[in-house]
Ligand binder design. Structure first.
Ligand SMILES: [Zn+2]
Length: 293
């Protein structure tokens, strides 16, 4: 029987992510942070990159002209506080556009069709090519060989560890929460709530294994503490954080017993959303297999 399409989609995203990690390795990034502008510099005979405030037109745009690629990135996000010369969202966008350059099918599209690819980055788009480029960017900026050792060294993933890692890698909290979830051996999940609705999310393998196979989408959060936090300022224009408690099934789809989760909330003003990180106690999960000593 042929693989269902979601499996093929997942395989394509996994491939894109490993391609990003490969490019990080090839460019000799042995410590954090990975600088996507250095990768561009290494391809300077092929890529011309220019940043400008493109308002709400796109986060990034890649096109092909006479043997070279023009990479445009939106610097409007630099109006929010940031560490280095560019906001972490801008760095992510540049890494995402590099995905369209390095992934063969994306590059073929650009060269053969002579059409530009315009992007909205950092997990905002549902289009598969965009998800692949996001996966490439996550692999490039947060390669498993650099992030992985830090993710599973603590029993309790706290927001503090995630914030420190985001700082070290000069990526947004949003990106690091997603990457942390993907690499975690523990039951955790990351979700984005905008306009009081869950927009997208990622669940860790430990949740998937017990049947909570994906995050809910396009519904309002039902956790009381989360509703209270989100309701306090729905404009999401100022950074705030908080925490609460809820149940895993309020956020995740699937069949499972009641599992308590800790909830951490962070308002991300540049993308006008609330990011939610969930963590459950591993010992409270139902065991997947019968105990046979
Ligand atoms: Zn894109």
């Amino acid at each position: 029987m042929a693989d269902p399409s979601w499996k093929l989609d997942q395989a394509a995203r996994d491939f894109a992510m490993s391609k990003g990690e490969e490019i990080a390795k090839l460019n000799c990034f042995h410590t954090a942070p990975v600088d996507p502008f250095k990768v561009i510099a290494s391809e300077s005979n092929q890529i011309l990159a220019e940043g400008d405030d493109f308002r709400d037109s796109f986060d990034g745009r890649l096109s092909y002209h006479d043997g070279r690629f023009l990479l445009l990135y939106n610097t409007k996000y630099n109006q929010w506080p940031h560490n280095g010369s560019e906001h972490s969202k801008v760095r992510f966008t540049v890494a995402h556009e590099l995905g369209h350059y390095y992934l063969d099918r994306h590059r073929e599209f650009l060269v053969q069709r002579r059409q530009a690819i315009e992007s909205f980055t950092e997990f905002e788009s549902d289009k598969e090519v965009e998800r692949q480029a996001d996966a490439f960017a996550a692999g490039l900026l947060m390669p498993k060989y650099l992030v992985g050792p830090q993710v599973n060294c603590e029993l309790d993933s706290t927001m503090e560890s995630i914030k420190q890692a985001a700082n070290r890698f000069d990526v947004s909290l949003t990106s690091m929460m997603v990457r942390w979830t993907q690499l975690s051996d523990f039951p955790c999940a990351t979700l984005c709530v905008r306009d009081s609705v869950i927009q997208w999310g990622f669940a860790s393998e430990a949740f998937k294994r017990i049947g909570l196979w994906r995050t809910r989408r396009n519904v309002a959060p039902s956790s009381g503490d989360a509703k209270c936090f989100v309701g306090a300022d729905s404009s999401c224009s100022i950074f705030r954080e908080g925490d609460g408690v809820g149940r895993a099934h309020q956020w995740l789809e699937g069949n499972c017993d009641v599992i308590d989760v800790q909830e951490f909330y962070l308002v991300i003003p540049y993308s006008r959303c609330v990011m939610v990180f969930l963590a459950a106690d591993e010992d409270e999960l139902p065991s997947q297999w019968d105990d046979r000593d």
